[in-house]
Write a protein that binds this ligand. Structure first.
Ligand code: ADP
Ligand code: MG
Ligand code: MG
Length: 500
């Protein structure tokens, strides 16, 4: 292995020191997470993290970062589309997932046809586009899109903290190994900091400012809609404190089932107020992305109650639907993509990051994919992952499990259309980094997923994109032999980058 790619090999004494540094830094800076979601009181722990930043190529990193504003524009244009292509496409599949996509879509239709409430024309999106690094061959890598998230994107707070931690350790020589020269010792690497925390707070502030200007109000607050017993609560709190410290904007946190107790909507002008009388300018969803977030029919009613208020929603129901896997699949088709992005070189930048995604419908592509699943040839099907229209991890079906899953659970092939079949991105595991989790070290091969944050503010009345920003990045790593990498779910950890 070449010098450039080696991680420090520290003595046990140096490792002990390093862990002590990591623990102190993390506890001092809020790089923490609850251990589980059952017994939250006093059960904080250092968030699962890597000891070292993971080395990736600067070229791939820059490509991912530079594509963000283009991806933002793509999704903004989908939302602003006069023909409402999005709604038309979602209507064709929403009934296949009656538990979630169907309900979301029904709410959206109800909201659109509602004549009582005044509609907010501004929509704010805080997105995260996730990539894996595909190893095309021994010397060539390329970033490939895993998925585009439009709701409840997490780790903007912790990513800022972990990247600062790694930079601090690097600059303070905690990565200098005694016997063996590594790239870290030689300072060959750039260890960047992700400003995701500051940028996401700034984007929320833009929502607040735009609302206040539009409504001629001041001192409005942000409403965080959160899950009860959230393990990753400190990641959210960091955003809340940043909003207060940097801009003097206050926030309140409630669950979707607490709306009745804490929120009032004015019948005359659709303004949303918190219990203490504060006017709410922005409703920021860090929940409501999975059916588990809606306990009963009342939870769904509450979601609509928020939607049909004058507050700016992050995201609106429509923007949430734009993040569907089905929409991602459709966008890989040139004739669809070019409806929303016309410039050839921009189209190429986007298409370069796509892998093949198939529908499971009656089109030629769809038939091809359905045959592939039915044939179940191990050499072919092992290159694919099946995805439903869901978020939050743990929903995908991999490789040879796809065939029995569909055949047993969905004997009527017409129902397969609610899924997409995606080529697996072949990223090569990294050896040499170490995961620290609950004070235990795991010296294992890891796979890393790079997330890029971005925001858009759009105005439906003027049909304009008012703001489009790149908001920082995130690296999450997981054990290379587990299929999914949810940090909160227990498979993965928060990491950062060393660029080479
Ligand atoms: P979710 O919205 O639930 O996060 P994702 O599409 O991100 O769904 O899939 C979850 C995880 O599955 C990803 O974080 C990644 O680890 C893995 N995964 C998804 N798609 C691919 C793919 N095409 N190639 C390799 N791994 C994938
Ligand atoms: Mg997702
Ligand atoms: Mg994901």
């Amino acid at each position: 292995m070449s010098l450039e790619y080696t991680y420090p090999k520290l003595s046990s004494e140096a490792t002990k020191n390093l862990i002590n540094e990591v623990n102190h830094y993390s506890l001092s800076n809020g790089l923490v997470m609850y251990k589980d979601n059952k017994n939250l009181a006093n059960e904080t722990a250092v968030a699962p993290i890597t000891l070292f930043p993971t080395i990736i190529s600067k070229k791939d990193f820059i490509k991912a970062v530079e594509s963000q504003k283009l991806y933002n524009k793509l999704y903004a244009n989908i939302l602003l589309d006069e023909q409402n292509w999005l709604s038309n496409e979602i209507s064709k599949i929403s009934f296949l997932d009656p538990e979630f996509t169907g309900k979301l879509y029904d709410l959206y239709v109800k909201y659109e046809s509602d004549k009582v409430y005044k509609k907010q024309q501004l929509e704010l999106g805080i997105f995260r586009n996730d990539f894996l690094i595909d190893h095309l061959n021994e010397n060539q890598t390329a970033i490939k899109e895993v998925e585009f998230n439009t709701i409840s994107v997490s780790f903007g707070g912790l990513s800022n903290k972990v990247s600062k931690l790694h930079k601090f350790l690097h600059d303070s020589d905690f990565y200098v190994s005694e016997n063996e020269k590594t790239s870290f010792d030689n300072q060959l690497l750039e260890v960047p900091v992700s400003d995701s925390l500051q940028n996401i707070a700034r984007s929320l502030k833009l929502g607040v400012d735009s609302f206040e200007k539009q409504q001629d109000k001041k001192d409005t607050i942000v409403l965080f809609v959160v899950q009860p017993n959230e393990r990753n609560v400190f990641d959210q709190r960091l955003v809340e404190y940043e909003l207060y410290n940097a801009y003097n904007i206050k926030s309140k946190r409630i669950t979707i089932d607490e709306i009745d107790s804490f929120i009032k909507k004015s019948e005359s002008d659709s303004q949303l107020y918190y219990d203490n009388g504060a006017l709410i300018s922005v409703v920021y969803f860090r929940s409501c992305y999975s059916p588990n977030d809606f306990l009963n029919a009342k939870s769904w009613e509450n979601r609509l109650y928020l939607e049909s208020s004058l507050a700016v929603k992050v995201p609106s129901l429509k923007m949430q639907l734009a993040g569907s896997k089905k929409i991602q699949q459709l966008l890989t088709k040139n004739e669809v993509l070019t409806k929303f992005i016309s410039d050839d070189s921009e189209v190429k930048t986007l298409t370069d990051t796509f892998v093949k995604i198939y529908p499971l419908d009656d089109t030629i592509d769809g038939k091809f994919a359905k045959d592939l699943i039915k044939e179940n040839d191990p050499s072919k099907i092992s290159n694919f992952v099946l995805k439903p229209q869901r978020e939050g991890g743990g929903n995908n079906v991999y490789k040879h499990d796809i065939n029995p899953f569909l055949l047993n659970k969905y004997p009527d092939e017409k129902e397969w259309d609610g899924f997409i079949l995606m080529e697996l991105i072949k990223s090569v595991p990294t050896s040499g980094n170490v995961i620290l989790r609950n004070n235990q070290l795991y010296n294992v091969d890891i796979l890393s997923e790079l997330g890029v944050f971005g925001s858009v503010l759009i105005d439906n009345s003027s049909k304009q994109i008012l703001s489009n920003t790149y908001d920082g990045w995130l690296l999450r790593s997981k054990l290379s032999d587990s299929n999914e990498g949810g940090v909160a779910a227990g498979f993965g950890c928060v990491d950062s980058l060393a660029l080479i």
